[in-house]
Design a protein. Sequence first.
Length: 334
Amino acid sequence: MKTAAKKLHLELELYKIYNTDDILTSIEKMSDNTEAVFILNDSFVVSYLDKYIEAAINYKLPLSVPNIYQVEAGALMSFGFIPAEVGKQAARLAHQIIDNGVKPAELPVETAEFFLSINLRTTKKIDLVIPDSILQQEVSNRVSTQVITFIHELENTLKTTCHIYSLYSLKLKEQKLILSYLHSSQSAFDAISLLDKNGQEIIKFSRLEMITDEDLTDKSDDDVFKIPKDNQITYFSPIEIHKKSGEPLMTISFPLLNLTNGSVENIVTAVIRVKKIWHLIENIEIHKGQSFYIIDKLGNIIAHPNPSIVLKGTKVSIPNKNGITNGLNKKKHL
């Protein structure tokens, strides 16, 4: 911090905290020509966070804290990892080791992703104006994380259930009961299927259709079967628009491995209702006259505060790089 402050031509005032008196002293000093305050991730100091937030707002000072939960409590900003996301990241890696038999040494090294979080209500309280480009980037990163988390949670629900019951080893009747339960327990699942090792559907449940044996199809030539079968990984399809409902959908598929010999016994596929992502952007705080939407790699708008824009198949041009460009209705977007 000292090195960074020197490069930015800032004077850094450090306060050592050993007891409550030190906490109170550091808060009192916030009024003495202070321009900004940064709190380190110390449990004792953070236990007095409400006092720091109150003082920062009273003196109209930017207060930076270690994580997003403290921003939600009223601090101005944070730039760091989200503890819950790190836990999910660890669980995903553990799943690869425990369930898929991947050796720890074979897993790529991952680091926690850092996110900028800003409390817009606090910016107003301390009369701070933050450039729109920064706010928009912060919102984009936050929603991106929520979308990824939503998809991976559904993936983990499927895999955990299949693993607990050793789905591949059960009789067809029992497999149907488990997949029926999965399909009915999550409104985000539009359809769930089980393929045999040759790519033939043997079970399917759908939200909008009654499925008979005649409706079961051969998926052996589809990526939804070939990629998880050949590579023993989870496959995530591009977004597709349902012909009847106009709703955006995405397919997840993954292999069920024989724990004895490691061979692929079945492929589970689940069609996800991306409409659930719409709710993530309904209450995003943005400035008047601005909007926020999500597009797929083909330029289709798949999530927008106004659902009719999605349902009528609206498309925009995909920018070649990050920055300001023309978006929906030829308005500037980031």
